[in-house]
Design a binder for this molecule. Structure first.
Ligand code: CA
Length: 626
């Protein structure tokens, strides 16, 4: 099913808002008579030797700034339309030492504001951090819906939306404490990496649980915890061998974002005489015949009434967003970034962003949400794209929606020339379009899509075949929370249906699916199947780092091989309702020299014969043996 993009966050419509946004509510900084300085701190020894500070305070533009700190100089003070902003460009020499210095703002010879600015020491090895790789399996969870580790933060002072667990579109109280309590669960399942939907403040009146209408780029939403709690979560996850990927958004922010309420310059966002939505046609950005009107509508229209569209052509905003990402990598010690709505910001901005990230962290990884139906379109948005107009996004990983679509039909419809598993074949056969298809993020579902178990009509064998494919084909697998529990839900029934609470995450829940005892037999069957594959996969170089060779699906059987060095893995998916026997001679180019196969799922070794039988409606995975 084609999911309309504009409904990706929430299906409800909002009362149309005008875009003249100068909200009479004063910003926090003005209320407190204090300064807001962003980034709130920085680090010594970064590759990029300039730092842009956004300074926000009453009539700050009328002040003069002074400070004294060895190695730090003021390159430029930029005044903009709004006198309550001042942008400072600092030069930080390579030899700047960690420490604190006062930014002093004076007017008419009097000190009006001062702000102690901290230059921090970087962690050892910060620049050398490695990102997620095809050796990882990423577990996507929605923090409001995963586990409520701290019911005392469900409602917080100043936050506009209150918790209401009976409302599928409301906040349910899940938080960082809940994730920290359950880190052992990911180890048990065999997950290596977490992608958590956005945790930053979303101080809006309703529908805030999904996190994509950010109102403060430097603050974890207090209903999830504090910035320090987030850093502690990442630290504890690392202690358990788990990577953490932060979900970031540059295309838009929330309408209650503090700077939207009091814009520095009118052109920080795209404004129109009346509410104007994006046309959600990313094709217009690569289409050689596209009209300017269509392109502009795509790039400049708003994602939703409550999500103002940021104009990253503004150099101050662009730098603000780039530094924000780097700040979180350093602050929270991240292992990767998932970037929302990759095609929607200006593509030059995306390249500038990826350049700066990799300047600081050459071995990092980033995945862009490129929600596009065609292989060619998806390939265009990956780093070093070999199609198109020479554009290079610099984004190493992109979401593989073409493969997602194929996987959603491959195990349910009748096999045909181009139907059933042939869909997998045809998608992979187009990998010549990609610069690095092995780095594509592959998934059966996510927080915006039908639950896969629903897509296959709650058919456990179909889910198992799909999981086996997902975990053995090329790419970086991503699993949506609850797939291991056979969570079910249809997107067209409302996003709440596909984002239900993890059973056992809340005190007093009737069942606790974090434990074997709390799961049904069927759930344990799914959990165990996934666990077996996950634990095997991470140790199997042929899967995590190997080549792929496949054979055109025939008679409801799809056979492929992964190979790294001496290690070869053979996968046979039999969709037939009965056992099938195949002549093995067809696969000689991959099996020559091997005499047996270790069956990964059943834990037994079988001899390779001239003919072999494969059980009905299942995937067979052999590690070939000499
Ligand atoms: Ca809570």
């Amino acid at each position: 099913m084609q999911i309309s993009t504009f409904s990706k966050y929430c299906r409800q419509s909002f009362v149309l808002l005008t875009i003249f946004l100068f909200n009479p509510v004063l910003s926090i900084a003005q209320q407190q008579g204090e300064l807001r300085v962003e980034p709130p701190c920085w680090w010594a020894g970064m590759q990029h030797e300039q730092l842009q500070l956004l300074v926000y305070g009453k009539d700050i533009a009328a002040t003069t700034v002074d400070f004294r700190y060895p190695g730090v100089t003021l390159k430029e003070a930029i005044r903009v339309e709004n006198p309550d902003y001042l942008f400072l460009t600092l030069s930080l020499g390579k030899k700047v030492k960690p420490g604190v210095f006062d930014l002093i703002f004076t007017s008419g010879g009097k000190k009006v504001f001062s702000y102690p600015y901290e230059i921090r020491q970087r962690r050892d090895g910060s620049a050398a951090r490695t990102g997620f790789t095809p050796a990882d399996v990423i577990y996507l969870l929605m923090p409001d819906r995963f586990a409520n580790g701290d019911p005392s933060n469900d409602n917080m002072p100043g936050m506009l939306e209150q918790a209401d667990r009976s409302n599928l579109s409301g906040r349910h109280g899940g938080d960082i404490a809940g994730i920290r309590k359950n880190l052992g669960y990911f180890n048990d399942l065999g997950i290596t990496s977490l992608w958590i939907n956005p945790l930053l403040e979303n101080n809006n009146k309703a529908f805030t649980y999904h996190g994509y209408a950010i109102t403060d780029f430097y603050r974890v939403d207090p209903r999830y915890g504090t910035n320090a709690d987030y850093a502690a979560l990442v630290n504890e996850a690392h202690g358990k061998g788990l990577k953490v990927i932060m979900d970031m958004v540059f295309n838009h922010c929330g309408i209650n974002h503090w700077f939207i309420n009091d814009l520095p310059e009118k052109n920080w966002i795209h404004q129109f005489p009346e509410y104007t939505r994006s046309n959600f046609r990313a094709e217009s950005l690569t289409d050689p015949y596209a009209s300017e009107a269509d392109r502009n509508r795509m790039l400049q229209g708003w994602f939703d009434t409550n999500m103002p569209d940021l104009d990253q052509r503004n150099p101050l905003l662009k730098e603000y967003l780039i530094q924000n990402s780097i700040w979180w990598v350093e602050f929270a010690d991240l292992d990767g970034i998932r970037l929302d709505t990759q095609p929607y910001p200006y593509k030059e901005m995306m390249t500038a962003w990826t350049d700066r990230i990799f300047k600081e962290y050459p071995a990092f990884n980033l995945v862009g949400e490129a929600w596009l139906q065609k292989e060619s379109m998806t390939a265009y948005y990956q780093k070093d794209a070999i199609v198109g107009d020479g554009y290079n996004s610099g984004m190493p990983s992109v979401t593989d929606f073409p493969l997602y679509t194929a996987m959603n039909r491959a195990f349910t419809e009748n096999e045909g020339w181009s139907e059933g598993m042939a869909r997998l074949y045809y998608v992979l056969a187009q990998d010549f379009l990609y610069a690095n298809p092995g780095n594509n993020l592959i998934f059966l579902d996510n927080h915006d899509l039908n639950r896969y178990f629903n897509s296959v009509g709650k058919d456990l064998p179909a889910l198992k075949m799909a999981l086996a494919f997902l975990l053995t084909t090329r790419g970086i697998p991503q699993i949506y929370y609850g797939t291991e529990l056979l969570m079910d839900g249809r997107e067209s029934d409302g996003h709440g249906e596909i984002r239900k609470d993890f059973p056992g995450g809340w005190p007093g829940d009737a069942v606790n699916a974090f434990t074997r005892h709390g799961r049904s037999d069927l759930q344990n069957e799914a959990f165990d199947y996934m666990r077996k594959l996950l634990k095997w996969r991470k140790e199997c170089a042929a899967i995590t780092n190997g080549s792929l060779k496949h054979f055109i699906p025939e008679n409801g059987l799809y056979t492929y091989f992964r190979k790294a060095g001496d290690q070869t893995v053979m996968v046979v998916i039999n969709r037939n309702n009965e056992e099938k026997t195949m002549k093995m001679s067809r696969f000689a180019e991959c099996t020559t020299g091997y005499s047996a196969g270790f069956d990964v799922i059943f834990g037994r070794t079988v001899s390779l014969g001239q003919e072999m039988s494969f059980p009905a409606r299942s995937a067979t995975i052999y590690e070939l043996k000499k």
